[in-house]
Ligand binder design. Structure first.
Ligand SMILES: [Mg+2]
Length: 275
């Protein structure tokens, strides 16, 4: 009899799935991998993985409890159609929503709301500050996600270098974290974490361990909470040189990193002497 497989908890954007701008296909076109489109937005293809990664992920989802863990809202997550059986659990809104067979778990929602009310400044205060300080010269839009956190879509080339640092310094004593990913600047309550939601899934499933992957600052807690982790050669964590002893820092960048991570998950979750 085989022991229960560990939980595999993975960030999506720029970890498993990639927009055209993030693919990083630098080799000759004739040698480029064939890609599978896994997300359509406003009638156009938006996110991809390699066909090889897609096949590996389908097998992973069949053999383990594979949990997509994303900062996306539920609406943004539902556009993504990953290969394999639909995940029983998914984490959206950076841990603010736990989907169980596609439905938001009300108990978890209440737990998160109570934690935020007790431990950090309210969203309205953060939004008011963003409205006051963001410059229309580089601001494309200001959004609120699931009434939990805020993000700005910006023109990166026009964004003054110190602005994000100043925002992070202002947000820190208020219990909020700032993360920059592509054209988006996120302001997220510090108690709103991916790892807390994944720990809840681990508790419910009785999984013996957690494998995780992610590329951004908002994945740090998830990687630290895992038994083993992987991060791609691109992204906020790679740019800042972030490392942890149990987290493999891959050299691969772009969609190729997604394929390596999927293979590592499958090997790690199914190897007889796994962690
Ligand atoms: Mg990411």
């Amino acid at each position: 009899m085989t022991a229960p497989a560990p939980l595999v908890a993975s960030d999506l954007d720029r970890t498993l799935i990639y927009s055209a701008a993030a693919l990083h296909l630098t080799g000759p076109d004739a040698a480029a991998p064939r890609l599978l489109c896994v997300e359509v937005y406003e009638g156009r293809p938006l996110s991809y993985m390699t066909e090889t990664a897609a096949a590996l992920l389908a097998e992973l989802a069949r053999r383990t409890t594979f949990v997509p863990v994303t900062t996306r809202t539920r609406e943004q997550y539902r556009r993504v159609h990953l290969p394999g059986p639909p995940p029983e659990f998914a984490v959206c809104a950076n841990g603010g929503r736990l989907l169980v067979r596609g439905e938001s778990d009300p108990d978890w929602q209440r737990t998160v709301a109570a934690r935020l009310a007790a431990q950090c400044a309210p969203l309205d205060e953060i939004r008011a500050h963003l409205d006051r300080t963001a410059d229309p010269a580089w601001l494309r839009s200001a959004r609120t996600a699931e009434d939990l956190f805020a993000y700005l879509v910006v023109e990166r080339s026009l964004l003054p270098e110190p602005w994000v640092k100043d925002l992070a310094a202002w947000a820190e004593p208020r219990g909020w974290t700032v993360s920059v990913q592509g054209r988006k600047i996120y302001a997220v309550p510090r108690p709103l974490t991916k790892s807390a939601a994944v720990a809840e899934v681990a508790r419910r499933t009785g999984a013996p361990g957690i494998l995780a992957a992610g590329d951004s600052l908002l994945d740090t807690d998830l990687l630290l909470a895992a038994d083993r982790g992987w991060r791609p050669g691109h992204g906020e964590l790679a740019d800042t040189g972030w490392r942890a002893p149990h987290v493999t820092a891959l050299a691969e960048r772009g969609v190729a990193a997604g394929e390596v991570i999927t293979r590592a998950f499958l090997d790690g979750a199914t190897a007889p002497g796994r962690a």
